[in-house]
Design a protein around this ligand. Structure first.
Ligand SMILES: C[S@@+](CC[C@H](N)C(=O)[O-])C[C@H]1O[C@@H](n2cnc3c(N)ncnc32)[C@H](O)[C@@H]1O
Length: 189
């Protein structure tokens, strides 16, 4: 089983990235911004869907997309939640079935091969409406033998600033083993 055989990970229940709860940085952002317009949100690489359900609980219509059939199946079987949908698909290559007001990034960018990061940025531009928001929790670790594959602020800036206006960036509250390793960026297209 390779580290990027996501389906095998879910089938074997070997999912150390899954903390059983949404990203603390997202939870805090939603609580701090009750007045942002509730639009449609896409969560690429949604895994078991905790972040998707957090967006929906805050009033957004949230769609999780994942390449692993077992992740999508388990996300769907977590119960009925209003304004939640899960789809099987490849964020990097699929033609969007809809365009979104928000894209939320959390451990998808660091899961893909660094050689595909240009495809990732193109995908964000393809799935996001003009004027839409790209909210990202990026993982600032040095590892190049991932996943997770690390990234630093300089690379994030070089890749995203030509296409997006930075609204805010900050170090979020994190899961205990990621404290001070995550950085959030709130961009607008
Ligand atoms: C490290 S896991 C993180 C899952 C979830 N975001 C979380 O934090 O629990 C990476 C996820 O991205 C998914 N993934 C990887 N490449 C993808 C792609 N090209 N399109 C959609 N999902 C992808 C994997 O199947 C996996 O569920």
């Amino acid at each position: 089983m390779s580290n990027t055989d996501w389906e095998a990970h879910y089938q074997r229940n070997e999912t150390p990235w899954d903390k059983g709860e949404p990203s603390p940085g997202l939870v805090d952002w939603l609580a701090r911004h009750p007045a942002v317009p509730c639009g449609d949100v896409l969560v690429p690489g949604c895994g078991l869907g905790h972040d998707v359900r957090a967006w929906a609980a805050a009033g957004f219509t949230a769609t999780g997309l994942d390449i692993a059939p077992s992740a999508v199946k388990r996300a769907k079987s977590a119960g009925f939640f209003e304004r939640v949908d899960f789809r099987l698909g490849d964020f990097l290559v699929d033609e969007p079935f809809a365009k979104f007001d928000y894209i939320f990034e959390h451990t998808c960018f660091c899961a893909i091969q660094p050689a595909r990061r240009t495809d990732y940025v193109r995908a964000v531009l393809r799935w996001l409406r003009p004027g839409g928001h790209y909210l990202a929790v990026n993982y600032f670790i040095p590892d190049s033998d991932g996943p997770p594959f690390g990234v630093n602020r300089e690379e994030i800036w070089v890749r995203f600033s030509p296409h997006f206006r930075l609204i805010e960036e900050w170090t979020p509250r994190s899961y205990p083993n990621r404290t001070n390793l995550e950085r959030m960026f709130w961009w607008q297209r």
